[in-house]
Write a protein that binds this ligand. Sequence first.
Ligand SMILES: [Zn+2]
Length: 418
Amino acid sequence: MEKTPFYEQVRDRLIRYAKVDTQSARVSSTVPTTMKQFDLAYLLLDELRAMGASDVWLDEEKCVLYAALPSTLPVGQGRAFGLVTHMDTAPDASGAGCRPWVLEGYDGGDILLNEEKGIVMSPREFPNLLHYLNEDLVLTDGTTLLGGDDKAAIAAVMTMAEHLIRHPELQHGPIALAFTPDEEVGGLARDLDLERFGAKVAYTLDGDYLGYYEDETFNASHATAVFRGRSVHTGTAKGILVNAADMAAEFASLLPPMEKPQFTEGREGFFHLSSIKAGVEQAQVDLIIRDHDAEVFARREQLIRDLAAQLQAKYGPERVELAITPTYRNMKEVVDQYPFLIENLKQAITLAGLTPRSVAFRGGTDGSALSHRGLPCPNLSAGYENAHGRFEYVPIRSMEKNVEILLHLVRLFGEMEA
Ligand SMILES: [Zn+2]
């Protein structure tokens, strides 16, 4: 496979970043959720300074790293845009002691990740491998994740930035960069200071499948129903005992049986019962609600309120308490107001020789939250595979392609009015 001038840069960068353990934590009392995310932030800070990026600044309280590539075009020309990537890796698999290595020219067979432990990755289990015949893959030793999610994206963005700085003849408009913590644990880029970031539109780079983009995510909320019972001796309980566990089970049984993640796909929404903790005195049911369509989503939330009301009517209003908390909203209603965001992205993907593809994402991204905070922010795939696990890998060509896509994007934004 022919290599681009970016080959070594993206390869070496991914390997360098992957060796820094930046695993975030679901339960934490600190910001960011783990302090080791600063290790990568400082490394990137040094690299950005060394390459000559502008306004390089690390928020040492929140662990958000900022940098800028100021416009090299005449005033009035070139529209500003930003790129947002995340520094943390998923809590689902360890990121400590990651030992990335490169397999050159994948032949379609089994890959021995770890001789000592006998860990093999086979295309029988991971047929996606067969998309990358003859390509060079960055792999793990089978004991940690790779963290290509999202460090493959960071490698592409950093390589693009250095390329633009080294080649002043490639004129461009203002480009804002941000590197954020805690994406994997629902951070939603909460601490990204939009004023400091500067650009009014942006893209996240995250996700598998090279050439994919997302402009549509779920609407999401979390519901907690608490049930209060009255415990007495079961021998003399008739007419007196109220069982909170029974109420919780009844509530769960009233949920539409087929509208669950295990029975839905595509643009079908769902209710997902994530936990029931139940005793006689008190019980708690937690569930998440998801739907792409805002109206259907509102009806789903209303159904949960109606079910709670139904049990209140049956057992007494004091026995059932419901709270619904919004998590994030579908970015589409915001992104659709800026059609050039997706037009430019599709064009850039096409110019890089790929077919742009999109699916309604069955989840949320930092961009879902950012879009509703006023920074419209669709997502471009980072090109990693098998994320969040020990069999994660990144085809080097996917990162090279993403650098190409980004450079086309830079040019397209440069051709727009400021
Ligand atoms: Zn990610």
